[in-house]
Ligand binder design. Structure first.
Ligand code: PEP
Length: 259
């Protein structure tokens, strides 16, 4: 098993479009306080991903805290006439360190293609921000035996032309689409097996040492305080992306306390 340079698990909170700006600020404040008080920094790296308009006020809350700020999307051009879009350049300016890219909700509802995802990964890395590339199969792709083909295609196409120069990081989140928001995570062995497939695909793009030092594979999909131990630190899994269970300070703190 390859060793990894990242010793602490990575925990990302994806708040999606569930909270107002004010609610995001309050939750960030409560979580930052718990993270500091319980010395959770010794056990995990935490990234909070609020809705775009909440990024600046949440950044203010996280100032002088060791909790990182993440965005839920990015556009692939650095500047120009792209109404409604947000560039990696602007995210960087706000203090964003991670960007979720290719989430299944965007692939499904916004028709985000593999080509768009690849452009977003390149643009994000160009600003020195860590992409959190989401990949995962739908239920019907799983039922028809296409799961690993789909995942390998999503990883390979998103990383076409990507080089990870030193100092850059990349996170691949395995998120089975049919499990997201269902309250029922996949079995540990299924997440581990998929992480192995992802790693094999990564070996076509990066060297073993680059993967060990700069790439993390994590799991997302109905992770909660009860099942968190099934995923973090198991096999190749180096962290979690949490949606629903990250929306309430006490519940999310309980989840982090398990690490
Ligand atoms: C997600 O959508 O990224 C996610 C992991 O959601 P949930 O934890 O609610 O399944």
């Amino acid at each position: 098993m390859p060793t990894t340079a990242h010793t602490k698990p990575l925990v990302l909170a994806n708040w999606k479009m569930n909270l107002s700006v004010q609610e995001s600020v309050v939750l960030a404040r409560n979580l930052a306080a718990a993270y500091s008080k319980l010395k959770l920094k010794e056990h995990l790296e935490l990234v909070l991903c609020p809705t775009f308009p909440a990024l600046a006020p949440v950044a203010e809350v996280l100032k002088r805290q060791s909790v990182c700020l993440g965005a839920q999307d990015v556009f692939w051009k650095p500047v120009g006439p792209y109404t409604g879009e947000v560039s990696a350049r602007v995210l960087k300016e706000l203090g964003v360190t991670h960007v979720i890219i290719g989430h299944s909700e965007r692939r499904q509802f916004l028709k985000e293609s593999d080509a768009m995802v690849q452009q977003k990964v390149l643009a994000t890395l160009a600003e020195g921000i860590t992409p959190v590339l989401c990949v995962g199969e739908t239920f019907s792709e799983r039922q028809t035996g296409q799961k690993y083909l789909v995942i390998a295609r999503q990883v390979a196409s998103a990383l076409a032309g990507v080089t990870l120069t030193s100092g850059l990081g990349l996170v691949i989140a395995y998120e089975p689409v049919w499990v997201i928001g269902s309250g029922q995570a996949v079995e540990t062995h299924e997440a581990q097996e998929t992480a192995l497939v992802i790693r094999h695909t990564l070996l076509d793009v990066f060297s073993e040492s680059t993967i060990a030092r700069q790439v993390r594979i994590i799991y997302g999909g109905s992770v909660d305080p009860v099942n968190i131990g099934n995923f973090v630190g198991r096999g190749l899994l180096a962290g979690v992306l949490v949606g629903g269970a990250s929306l309430e300070a006490k519940r999310f703190t309980n989840l982090m306390k398990k690490l």
